[in-house]
Design a protein around this ligand. Structure first.
Ligand SMILES: Cc1cc2nc3c(=O)[nH]c(=O)nc-3n(C[C@H](O)[C@H](O)[C@H](O)COP(=O)(O)OP(=O)(O)OC[C@H]3O[C@@H](n4cnc5c(N)ncnc54)[C@H](O)[C@@H]3O)c2cc1C
Length: 564
């Protein structure tokens, strides 16, 4: 068997893995990264790349006064009796330091977003903006040949067959037919994309999580950190209770990697593990449907490896995964790709209904809050499903799921049946198998109050986060308008996730703990391989990548022997 050695072996190339590797290398350690897939970036490359960092410097520069006490009070409120004070303090105290480190020493660049509210903005310690930061777009050409090895975003989330739209490009695309400056902005992006496609398989203006991973990867490659692709860790090696390295399978050979300082598990949790879904997701245990938007190859390897070395797995959390409703976008080859519905539910002229044609939730609340309402309304059915319904004005103004707003063509979404349409509400209901009388009654009741900006049933648009999901230029309530312009349209949604929350027990210094709460020497876990620091709650935008990078940074420092 071949043998190599390093100071630190990092398993996985998402936000957690790259943050750890770059920090450890910066402090002089010899780092090796290994990645199971032929592409790097993991779930992070599919994500919006947003990080939630209370007290970040960009917000402070722009006059937003955050406090440690407020941030901790909010996490305590959200996590409830699963609040882990020591880890929460480690996150809040170090998140802004982590970001400052990456902005100073790498190509990572973030901008705080003034209007991105915490998801429960009226709770104690919550903020109505500034804690969520968006990565700046990046030119993929700077990666050279490695651009082709960066995991591509979900096909459902690109337009024109390969163009990325940044989260903060969206308002421009929504206004494209109504504003000259927005039309100009979008035309420039589309023209750049057209030129890109002459020489590349997809657009090279990277946004969101793809931009974050590209920025991290370029920074890691510039430091000569080796990254082995198609190289899964099969086993950890141990000696007298200490993790000493791992066995990596590379090009059919088993290579023993000795890691003098330690191994860091950053394999991105278990969203692709059907057996674990069946054990920990109540609806899957009951035989119901689920589709993860995270890579199917994130099969919980880190958790299995940790447990084999004696690690404790934290089974208790408010929710076992970060939920999101997904629709199923048909592809040319007959497969379907999930589209996560993060924001369209909140728009004016849009509601969500169950099979009875009844609304069952405040559509503008977060994706993580919305899915449990789907479970509840479908509790007596074998399938968990609902429909997001829009009138034609809303459909063309905001798009619906993967179907983009005007002036982009939507023919393929209609022809494939992804979007169903009807000239009347009853006709639409018949097409999608929803009770026509129920839907007609629901739309009439909703419309009776919507124009006045009221939703007596669910209070859609009643806080700052919900209004952000709406249309801030629309009044009196950014989330409400009657559905009164034919034809009417609907997309079917089912439960999905964007990653798991259950994970290995770790201490504030990222050391993996055994069943007695003692650190296992030589073993760390970050990102979704570690149990959620939020206790399975979803307090705000970026609450998984923010902690993944913060604990990655802490792991790198810890391994380099830097205290505090
Ligand atoms: C559409 C979408 C949008 C999202 N948006 C956001 C957002 O804006 N902000 C946010 O905070 N969260 C977001 N999330 C969730 C977020 O992306 C994940 O929680 C986060 O990226 C997980 O990071 P990670 O480093 O733990 O794992 P990953 O990024 O998944 O990386 C893990 C890597 O480990 C590799 N691996 C697995 N097993 C092995 C093995 N045995 N050997 C070697 N390598 C292995 C995997 O192949 C993978 O590449 C989103 C998710 C999705 C799907």
């Amino acid at each position: 068997m071949d043998q190599v050695s390093c100071d630190v072996l990092v398993v996985g190339s998402g936000a957690g893995g790259f943050a750890t590797a770059i920090t450890a290398a910066h402090h002089g350690l010899d780092v090796l990264m290994v990645e199971k897939e032929p592409v790097f970036g993991g779930t992070t490359a599919l994500s919006a790349g947003v990080v939630w960092i209370p007290g970040n410097a960009d917000a402070a520069r722009q006059g937003f006064a955050d406090s440690r006490e407020d941030a901790l009070a909010y996490i305590r409120h959200e996590a409830g009796n699963r609040f882990d004070q020591a880890r929460a303090e480690a996150f809040v105290d170090n998140g802004h330091r982590m970001l400052a480190f990456f902005e100073e020493n790498t190509l990572v660049r973030y901008k705080a977003q003034s209007v991105w509210a915490d998801y429960h903005p009226d709770a104690p310690g919550a903020a109505k903006g500034w804690r969520g930061l968006m990565p700046e777009p990046f030119d993929g050409r700077a990666l050279g040949d490695s651009f082709g090895r960066l995991r591509a975003p979900l096909a459902s989330m690109m337009v024109l067959g390969g163009m990325m739209i940044a989260r903060d490009d969206l308002p421009q695309f929504f206004r494209m037919t109504r504003s000259v400056s927005a039309a100009l902005y979008c035309s420039k992006l589309i023209a750049r994309y057209g030129i890109d496609r002459l020489s590349h398989a997809r657009g090279t203006r990277l946004a969101n999580g793809n931009a974050l991973v590209a920025r991290l990867a370029k920074s890691a490659f510039d430091r000569n950190i080796p990254l082995w692709l198609s190289a899964p860790v099969a086993d950890l090696t141990t000696e007298k209770g200490r993790v000493t390295g791992a066995v990596v399978v590379r090009e059919g050979r088993r290579i023993t990697v000795a890691a003098r300082k330690g191994v860091v598990l950053a394999c991105g949790g278990f969203p692709g593990n059907a057996e674990m879904q069946g054990r920990f997701y109540a609806h899957v245990a009951a035989g119901k449907n689920h589709l993860s938007a995270a890579p199917a190859t994130n099969t919980g390897d880190g958790i299995r490896l940790g447990q084999a070395a004696g690690a404790a797995f934290q089974e208790d959390a408010a929710q076992p995964a970060a939920w999101t409703p997904v629709s199923l976008l048909p592809q040319k080859d007959g497969s379907v790709v999930p589209f996560p519905h993060f924001i369209d539910r909140g728009k004016p002229g849009v509601i969500a209904v169950d099979r009875r044609g009844r609304r069952f939730a405040n559509e503008a609340r977060s994706y993580h809050d919305f899915v449990p309402r789907m479970f509840e309304t479908c509790r007596d059915q074998g399938t968990v499903e609902a429909w997001i319904v829009a009138d034609h004005r809303a459909f063309r103004r905001y798009g619906l799921g993967a179907a983009p707003p005007a002036p982009h063509p939507v023919g393929r979404f209609l022809r494939s049946g992804y979007i169903a349409s009807g000239q009347t509400v009853r006709e639409l209901a018949q097409r999608i198998g929803v009770d026509p009388e129920g839907l007609a009654r629901t739309v009439a009741d909703f419309n009776a109050h919507a124009a006045a900006g009221e939703d007596p049933e669910f209070g859609k648009g009643s806080d700052a986060y919900q209004r952000f999901n709406g249309d801030l230029t629309h009044g009196p309530n950014p989330c409400l308008a009657p559905l009164d312009q034919a034809p009417f349209h609907a997309v079917r949604i089912i439960p999905g996730d964007i990653g798991t929350f259950l994970g290995l027990k770790t201490d504030p210094a990222t050391r993996v703990l055994d069943g007695d709460g003692r650190p296992i020497p030589g073993l760390h876990a970050v990102g979704n391989d570690a149990a959620s620091v939020m206790g399975g709650a979803y307090p705000g935008p970026g609450i998984t990548i923010g902690p993944a990078m913060t604990f990655g940074w802490l792991a790198g420092r810890q391994l380099a022997g830097i205290a505090g």
